[in-house]
Design a protein around this ligand. Structure first.
Ligand code: HEC
Ligand code: HEC
Length: 213
């Protein structure tokens, strides 16, 4: 009984804390960063080029989210967590496959799906999805501006020889992309949903696939 009271007190304290935090600008920015606007919300931008750029800016909320960009470095190490820290334990890309060094392949630890963990150094789950490996260097985004990422995505020489239609298909259907919204216990998902991200990609293409500066 006493424990229940203590728990209730803690819950009230937490609610009070959130209530105090709520009105600040930082919190509302954070909230908008966690959601993804629907394509209809861009209809008010009359100029098609401007609309296209704005649609890409919205897509970039997903692309630059740690759930995605942690696997898209320009160097040889994946990143971890919301702070995009170097992967611990240290692992390397090793070769073009991005699957890691022999004996220390990504799949040594990362399975075909997320696995919940109990009492392992504060990590609540082990991320997993098949095939778990690093995006090729040419698709590396860490340190690039949103405009530079946009140009990379459109460039067949760097995007895995994909047409824009294939980029849409990848964003809307790919399983590793989809993992971004099902990242396992203890990890913040990418903003919005994969369906909304796919629709934004299509609308960006339909408006000429323009890149923000
Ligand atoms: C020795 C085990 C081990 C190996 C090998 C390994 N990882 Fe990890 N990886 C982990 C653990 C544990 C975590 C979870 C860390 C956490 O959540 O704080 C992790 C997390 C990650 C994340 C972060 C997910 C996120 O969004 O925060 C990425 C990306 C990742 N690994 C990619 C790779 C890639 C790519 C390889 C192969 C080149 C690889 N890992 C090899 C143990 C490993
Ligand atoms: C576990 C690692 C991993 C995660 C997590 C990941 N990707 Fe990737 N991504 C890859 C790999 C590997 C490829 C290359 C696949 C290929 O070319 O067939 C790739 C390719 C891509 C491409 C192809 C075109 C290009 O030029 O980059 C896009 C777009 C993409 N990823 C978007 C995303 C988005 C958006 C997310 C998050 C919602 C995400 N990825 C999360 C590993 C990852």
């Amino acid at each position: 009984m006493r424990y229940q009271i203590a728990a209730a007190t803690m819950a009230f304290t937490a609610i009070a804390f959130i209530a105090v935090q709520a009105p600040t600008a930082q919190t509302s920015d954070k909230k908008s960063a966690k959601t993804l606007r629907a394509i209809q919300e861009f209809n008010s931008i009359e100029n098609e080029t401007d609309r296209s750029k704005a649609l890409f800016e919205e897509m970039a909320k997903v692309i630059t989210h740690p759930r995605c960009i942690n696997c898209h470095p320009r160097d040889d190490s994946p990143r971890q967590g919301m702070d995009m820290a170097m992967h611990n334990p240290p692992v390397i890309r090793y070769d073009e496959s991005g699957m890691g060094a022999p004996g220390m392949r990504c799949t040594t630890c990362h399975g075909e799906q997320n696995v919940e963990l109990v009492g392992v150094g504060g990590i609540q789950s082990m991320p997993g999805h098949s095939p778990w490996h690093l995006a090729p260097k040419s698709m590396g985004w860490i340190g690039l501006s949103v405009g530079e990422i946009c140009e990379q995505l459109k460039d067949p020489a760097r995007n895995g020889d994909r047409t824009l239609a294939e980029i849409h298909e990848h964003n809307a259907e790919d399983g590793l992309v989809g993992w971004g919204w099902k990242p396992g216990k203890g990890r913040e998902p990418a903003p919005g949903s994969q369906a909304r991200f796919g629709n934004l990609t299509q609308a960006w293409i339909d408006t000429g696939a323009h890149c923000p500066e």
